[in-house]
Design a binder for this molecule. Structure first.
Ligand code: ZN
Length: 571
């Protein structure tokens, strides 16, 4: 491709409303333009990257037994009402009506659509398993769309749905997808991790997220360097500390005037925060709930929400004072049962001895508080936010922390949608059974942003070769060098290399700047000096390494470079 005939509207200024590197660089490199908030046009460079990613995804989905379909964007309200999600989805759903005032939405996801389709077509266990996927535009009316294509209102997703007879079938489908995802992100040339994740609103009990590692990523990942354990911070857990052999001391009430916070109380009583029991109060429509965590721990609200499993909210100090006569800052678990409060506790609380907590009396705390003797707990669960340094739940090695961008998420849905939508098949024993489903998403447009977040410097993008818009760029610095550059361009193109030849009538400085910004992996420069010596200047964008290659060897060396790079990303 000749740059002079190609459309790459690069920008010199950094766009004011862009925060993330990927957003800035995609605008500056002339890859995207905003149409309205969170909705973008993809220009030729971005379209080339997109097509390469899609090709890798399609190849791996097909290899894992997937069959590609294309489902409608415009979906009828009925199927969403049937699954119960028409109201649940709320403001995030783009809704519209046709001329007959019938309700529709622009699909934010396709569980309802695919389940309804299969329900009407697939009748027998003989037709299972089925793995069906599509690559399609999706719509979410984000309250504050930002970060470019990272969090857009219109975006492209790959989603595959699996339909199986039984749990073993689902496990096989899930494993096939897990392995396909590993191949996809490896082939895209990205550093990534699969992490255990919370299933959230989609439902189901097992799920993994695939994270492209990047310091700017919004997700926090805790992982173990000694074993394969990795989870996002919503889900991560840690091994419990050992129970200490400690003599139980008699319960003691101590005056702690004005000492209400964890740092105040621990300093005042001269104990470590891990001695303290923090008590937090929530309420549902039916009852008050006290949640206990160790003083040096933070509560994980996602885990709490999964445990309570119904609408709940934080109880206000006024409510606590009025309804339970509890003084904020001096609350604790002792005596809560008598007030009819349900008590939940993090597992670590179980290992505590001679603890400190509020006395449920203003300006007083209790010392040497012990479980069972002084208070009881209704339910123990893992409720704390795990953090770096915690012992790995599998092997005990200290967990490390990194950040990532979520690009894929796989779920075992089970029968959630098939039951709601009445999607059944006749099994071998003649019984009608609901399909056992899984769903497996990849944010195709998000991969582009994630790849840039992971691979950039102050000058621009550093594309991994497998998804780079072009493999090689050639710069002719002056008119005298154009004949040689043209020759190399023809040679490489004939050899099947994807070349962007910068033949523009621009100053060398402009060409160098644009080449770095666009980030094509290999740059060949024909300048006056190197040409006189029968050589070509070479720069590897990723490493910054600069080389000189003899003119006659250029094509064979380029091919060798591409082969070596591609081998790094194959599997
Ligand atoms: Zn481990």
């Amino acid at each position: 491709m000749r740059y002079s005939q190609y459309y790459i509207p690069t920008l010199r200024e950094i766009p004011a409303d862009a925060e993330l590197a990927s957003h800035k660089l995609m605008l500056r490199a002339g890859m995207i333009r905003k149409s309205s908030a969170g909705i973008y046009s993809f220009l030729p460079l971005a379209q080339r990257v997109l097509k390469k990613i899609i090709r890798i995804v399609e190849e791996e989905m097909d290899r894992a037994g997937g069959m590609q379909v294309l489902l409608p964007i415009v979906q009828p309200a009925e199927i969403w009402k049937q699954s119960g999600r028409w109201d649940v989805y709320g403001e995030e759903m783009f809704r519209l009506q046709d001329r007959h005032q019938r309700d529709f939405c622009l699909g934010p996801t396709h569980e309802e659509m695919i389940t309804t389709l299969i329900k009407n077509e697939v009748r027998s266990y003989r037709e299972l398993p089925l793995r069906i996927y599509q690559i399609q535009n999706k719509y979410r009316d984000e309250i504050r769309p930002r970060f470019g294509v990272m969090r857009a209102r219109e975006f492209i997703m790959k989603d595959l749905y699996s339909f199986d007879r039984d749990e073993e079938g689902l496990n096989r489908s899930y494993q096939a997808m897990y392995e396909a995802y590993e191949r996809i992100f490896t082939r895209c040339g990205l550093a990534f991790r699969a992490v255990e994740a919370d299933s959230g609103a989609i439902g189901g009990d097992v799920s993994h997220e695939f994270m492209v590692l990047a310091p700017s990523g919004e997700a926090v990942i805790l992982y173990c360097e000694a074993c394969a354990y990795a989870a996002n911070d919503e889900k991560a857990s840690a091994a419990l500390p050992p129970v200490t052999m400690e003599e139980l001391l008699p319960l003691e009430k101590v005056a702690t005037p004005g000492q209400a916070t964890v740092p105040e109380v621990t300093a005042f009583l001269g104990v470590n925060p891990d001695r303290l029991i923090k008590t937090l109060f929530y309420q549902t429509d039916e009852e008050f709930i006290a949640v206990l965590v160790r003083g040096d721990d933070e509560l994980n609200e996602i885990k709490l929400g999964n445990l309570i499993n119904k609408p709940y909210r934080l109880a206000s100090p006024e409510e606590l004072a009025a309804k339970l006569e509890l003084p904020v800052g001096y609350v604790g678990p002792v005596g809560l049962k008598d007030k009819g409060v349900k008590v939940l506790a993090d597992l670590r609380v179980k290992t505590m001895k001679n603890a400190v907590c509020g006395a449920n009396l203003e300006d007083y705390h209790l010392r040497h508080v012990n479980l069972e003797r002084d208070f009881t707990v209704d339910t123990y669960a893992d409720l704390r936010l795990a953090k770096a340094g915690d012992p790995c739940p599998h092997c005990g090695h200290p967990l490390a922390e990194t950040r990532g961008v979520e690009v894929g998420h796989i779920f075992k849905l089970g029968t959630k949608y098939s039951k709601a939508l009445g999607a059944t098949f006749r099994d071998e024993d003649g019984e009608e059974k609901p399909f056992i489903m899984g769903c497996y998403g990849i944010g195709i447009t998000r991969i582009i942003a994630a790849a840039i977040e992971q691979n950039n410097d102050q000058d621009g993008i550093k594309w991994p070769l497998p998804i780079a818009p072009f493999q090689v760029t050639i710069l002719a610095l002056g008119v005298e060098q154009q004949a040689v550059a043209e020759e190399i361009y023809q040679e490489l193109t004939a050899a099947g290399v994807e070349v962007l030849y910068d033949d523009r009538d621009e100053r060398p400085g402009v060409k160098f700047k644009d080449a770095d910004l666009i980030g094509i992996p290999l740059r060949l420069t024909v300048g006056p000096k190197s040409m006189a010596q029968g050589e070509v200047e070479v720069k590897i964008r990723r490493s910054g390494e600069e080389l000189r290659w003899p003119r006659p060897e250029v094509t064979s060396r380029v091919l060798a470079f591409l082969k070596e790079e591609n081998q790094r990303h194959s599997n």
